[in-house]
Design a protein around this ligand. Structure first.
Ligand code: BGC
Length: 812
């Protein structure tokens, strides 16, 4: 069942039923001011850091769903009270539509002849969210309505705001001047920032104290002031500061009125902090309000935003016979990658913005998905990440975006982490050709006195694996590898706490075949990079170590029909036919094959066949099989999940992409693409009532075949699934792959396809690559012409002339 439709021309998903199976959200902002907004206007805003600079309040885990706070509007038309976004009043509307687009959301509600549309967006280079409100009287009678706006302020630190009530109920402070409500809690003693909510018209009244506005025992759905049609002009004094404007609006038949609301964030310089005694200096706010005081200015900002997205989405454009594929590749997958760039894993409807900052592993992988869109920002991100690396090559697992400092509470010791830094750096260089990043002096542990060129960080990342090998010569897993929940060194801790501690036992010898596969895949990239920069000795050393690791994998990491997943702390196999449960895991199959293990002797194919037989379901590939039904303390968190959820045999969409890549590598394009379509959101749209999450973005997990809610997704938006699936489809399946010396063309597609065209902007040139498949094969390039001249090999030449180059590729 569908709840809307894709409008590809406008790059929008249009929701036509407000009661989606779960709130379907969008993100606003691309620099420093961000908002989450659901299809019924729930959500919140923050500046840079969802934990430390929360601007508006949101309650997670709320009842009813999504009534945790939002950017709400209410209309009292004299007879009825309703909200154009359906929520919070939830009055049935004559017409409802929510258009989630690139960096904006437009919600339209109509009742009793009054049509109201609200476009929410964050203009470029602006620390504010604009609400463009357009109200139209479609009836043939005059209407007199009262329009109420509503936001609830958060007292900046989101964690403190939801825990420290004994203090915080005393601190709230506001100022109201003209049509602007300023939130200045804690401005006095230790802050230089404040927020405001304004409207570009005279107001009838306002409220800034929540209880006065709502009534003590009322909710967002029935605020007293709105139902009475009378704001109370309250000034918050402690408790819960809010901002609500009330406007009287008269509309002749057919008449339209337009308003601009602005929710802004200001940081003052120390010198211009005060205007008078305890009166904040509002100069910057007034300038910002002035900038967006007219509809024309707002429309210009919307156009600028559209241009910005045009440009970001022009780097890789697919023209194929499959609309679903086109919209995934051209619009939504790339859009989601940019959102993961902005937010990492911090703030979504499943991440509270408090728990997690920027992940080292996560953010490095995210880079693969957006480096072609914003290479300069990717470069900066790589350096930020490398600056949190530790001197032994390990890494802080997370850092806070506001401080960019490693998070001590979580520490390091996830032994896959360092390798991802190599991969992100290599992908940056392959995209840009900019080797100078390797010379950037980059601190260890954020300590400038410990700065070394980035190339030194890569070497230490590589060596971190070699310095931490276990009894079989495989990499030690540490606290966990990519699979956070496979905690093999923790058996000696208390049940239920096992995944939080490492161990008190001597030894800690658990090994990861997955890291071994990663080492072959990423270590080889490192070796190639060293070759490119002329460091022959290091290149040879690295190639040799990779070869050695491959041999170790084939000797100790092969289980007969597939790759073993790990060795536990007792030296027993995990992910082997020897196990009763969890006989086969997905990760080592994908990464060992990406690391070119078993390609020559047929073992790669054997492993992929085992994946198909044991892990494939109609909704995607489960992470392991059979699911754990018992708690194995020696495996840690993984077996604490009920069978079929999360890492315990859920469909973890991130690693499905590694199997797509592996299938593409072995030349089975039909299978690679089949797996792609099983989880790609646009292909799940028709079964939204089962899938439940947004049909325009990936979710981290879909319940696996062992779960009673098989096919139900959770944790949409902030997941490495976005970048890896973009890599799988754009580089491995469609086969347009940046490399050190140019774009490699190496498709691995379904045999039935006749062909497709990819327009790729790359290092200043544009390549229009038309792939033709006259013999209906999956892979193998028989001929390539560039500007009508045949080339040898499959690397497209670099021109550096900024022009369009026509490429024709014949498969067969
Ligand atoms: C984490 C990733 C991890 C994955 C699998 C996600 O929640 O953000 O870092 O690789 O789970 O455990």
């Amino acid at each position: 069942m569908k709840y809307g439709f894709f409008d590809d021309l406008n790059r929008e998903y249009v929701i036509t039923n407000p009661q989606t199976p779960y709130p379907w959200i969008n993100y606003l902002g691309s620099q420093e001011f961000f908002s989450l907004i659901s299809n019924t206007a729930g959500g919140y805003s923050f500046y840079k850091d969802a934990r430390l600079r929360r601007i508006t309040r949101y309650r997670y885990n709320n009842v009813p769903l999504d009534l945790g706070g939002g950017k709400y509007y209410y209309i009292n038309d004299g007879e009825e009270v309703w909200s154009p976004g359906w929520a919070p009043v939830k009055k049935d509307l004559d017409n409802y539509e929510c258009r989630h687009g690139m960096g904006y959301t437009k919600i339209l509600g109509e009742l009793n002849g009054i049509k109201t549309s609200i476009t929410y967006f964050v203009p470029l280079n602006t620390n504010a969210e604009v609400h463009k409100v357009v109200i139209n009287n479609k009836s043939n009678v005059e209407k007199n309505i009262k329009l109420f706006s509503f936001v609830e302020w958060c007292l900046w630190n989101a964690l403190d705001d939801m825990t420290n009530f004994q203090r915080n109920y005393n601190t709230g402070e506001v100022e109201v001047e003209d049509s602007v409500i300023y939130h200045k809690t804690e401005y006095k003693e230790r802050r230089n920032h404040y927020a405001f909510f304004s409207v570009n018209a005279p107001i009838y009244g306002f409220d800034s104290d929540r209880e006065s506005f709502m009534g003590t025992y009322n909710g967002f759905h029935n605020p007293d002031a709105v139902f009475k049609g009378e704001p109370t002009n309250s000034i918050a004094d402690g408790w819960h500061p809010i901002a609500s404007h009330c406007l009287e609006i008269n509309l002749k038949p057919g008449e339209t009125k337009e308003l601009v609301f602005l929710l802004g964030y200001i940081e003052n310089d120390p010198d211009d902090k005060w205007e008078g005694k305890n009166i904040i200096n509002k100069k910057k706010a007034k300038e910002m309000i002035q900038t967006f005081s007219t509809i024309e200015a707002v429309d210009r900002a919307l156009d600028d935003l559209a241009d910005y997205w045009d440009q970001l989405l022009s780097k890789y454009i697919l023209d194929s016979h499959d609309d679903k594929l086109n919209r995934m590749v051209n619009i939504w997958n790339q859009y989601q990658c940019m959102v993961t760039f902005n937010l990492s894993r911090s703030a979504s409807y499943f991440e509270s913005g408090i728990g997690r900052g920027m992940g080292f592993r996560d953010s490095n992988q995210d880079i693969l998905g957006f480096v072609h869109q914003v290479p300069d920002r990717a470069r900066e991100r790589i350096i930020d990440l490398a600056s949190t690396q530790l001197e032994d090559g390990g890494a802080y697992h997370q850092y806070q975006p506001l401080t960019k400092k490693g998070n001590n509470e979580i520490g390091g010791n996830f032994n896959d982490d360092p390798l991802w830094l190599i991969l992100s750096t290599v992908s940056y260089i392959k995209e840009t050709g900019d080797y100078s990043i390797l010379d950037v002096m980059t601190p260890y542990d954020n300590d400038e006195s410990k700065s070394k060129p980035l190339s030194d960080h890569l070497k230490r990342s590589f060596d971190h694996v070699l310095n931490n090998l276990g009894p079989h010569g495989l990499p030690l897993i540490g606290r966990a590898d990519w699979n956070d929940c496979l905690n093999l060194n923790c058996f000696s801790s208390e049940p239920g706490e096992s995944f939080q501690t490492t161990t008190s036992k001597d030894g800690r010898v658990a090994e990861s075949v997955m890291i071994a596969g990663m080492f072959c895949y990423i270590g080889e990239e490192y070796a190639r990079l060293m070759e490119k920069v002329g460091n022959k000795e290091e290149a040879n050393r690295a190639f040799a170590e990779v070869r050695k690791m491959r041999e170790v994998i084939m000797e100790h990491g092969w289980d007969g029909s597939w790759f073993v997943r790990a060795y536990d702390d007792f030296g027993r196999k995990v992910g082997s036919h020897e196990n009763e449960e969890g006989k086969i895991f997905i990760e080592s199959q994908g990464l060992c094959i990406m690391g070119r293990c078993g390609l020559e002797d047929g073992r790669a194919i054997q492993a992929l066949d085992a994946v198909e037989e044991r892990l494939a379901t109609k909704y995607g590939l489960v992470l392991l099989n059979p699911a754990y039904t018992k708690y194995y303390i020696e495996y840690g968190e993984i077996s604490t999940y009920p069978a079929g959820y999360k890492e315990n045999a859920g469909i973890f969409c991130h690693n499905n992409a590694w199997i797509m890549a592996a299938e593409a590598i072995v030349g089975r394009g039909d299978k690679a693409f089949d797996y792609y379509t099983r989880i790609a959101p646009a292909y799940t749209e028709e079964r939204s009532e089962i899938h439940r999450m947004e049909p325009y973005v990936y979710s981290q997990m879909i319940a696996g075949k062992d779960a009673s809610r098989f096919g139900e997704a959770k944790n949409s938006w902030l997941t490495g699934t976005a970048s890896w699936n973009f890599v799988a489809i754009s580089q491995y399946i469609l086969g347009i792959k940046p490399d050190f010396d140019g774009l490699i063309v190496d498709p691995s597609i379904p045999k039935g396809w006749d062909g497709y065209t990819v327009t790729r902007q790359y290092r200043g040139d544009t390549y229009r690559i038309t792939v033709k498949n006259p013999n209906h094969v999956s892979c193998g390039v028989s001929k390539i012409t560039v500007d009508n001249k045949e080339i040898s090999g499959n690397i497209l030449p670099l021109f550096g002339d900024g022009k369009l180059h026509e490429v024709e590729v014949i498969l067969g």
